[in-house]
Design a protein around this ligand. Sequence first.
Ligand code: SF4
Ligand code: SF4
Length: 194
Amino acid sequence: MTSAKAYKDAALAAQLSDRVYRPSEDSDPSFTAEVEKIGGTAAHLCFQCGTCTGSCPSATRSSYRIRTFMRRANLGMKEVSLTDPDLWLCTTCYTCSDRCPRDLIPTDVIFAMRNMAAKRGIVPKNFLATVNFIYNTGHAVPNNDANRAARIKLGLEAEPETTCKYPEYLPAIRKILEAYGTKQLADKVLEGGQ
Ligand code: SF4
Ligand code: SF4
């Protein structure tokens, strides 16, 4: 004979009997569509298996959980996603994307959210400092004397076949960073101390 489960705590019992999904104020259905459009991956197919987080090198060293961001994408949780500092802890290694059993690309969900956050001017300063390195040298990690010496020791030219050797291509890189407002954002945030 079966009997209904009963909970001594009436408030808990009422809470557990509620089977209706109630979106929070931070729930914007258009967010899911926007993330999918920018990221180019069907994030709504995520079934929360956790393979992505289990594969993520950042997850073992931080509070960042890619599965959480996938869930937020599907619940339309725009504000918390775009303002969470953990959004910037993905290394973009694509391991999660290699292993997702639904063939999703969680990395590109993160890129989509980062793009949306950047449009609001929400970008960590160290990322914007990297923008300036690229603007000034064409490289996120510019060449330096130690690298040059190591390259020569290996029988290579001191400068690689990039803007290091062909600085005449730097203006084109600068044009791209300016066209998308990336350089202006870096200057504004870094100088303004936001
Ligand atoms: Fe979702 Fe894929 Fe991550 Fe599984 S591995 S939780 S399906 S994104
Ligand atoms: Fe983690 Fe980002 Fe690498 Fe995916 S791409 S495994 S989220 S660090």
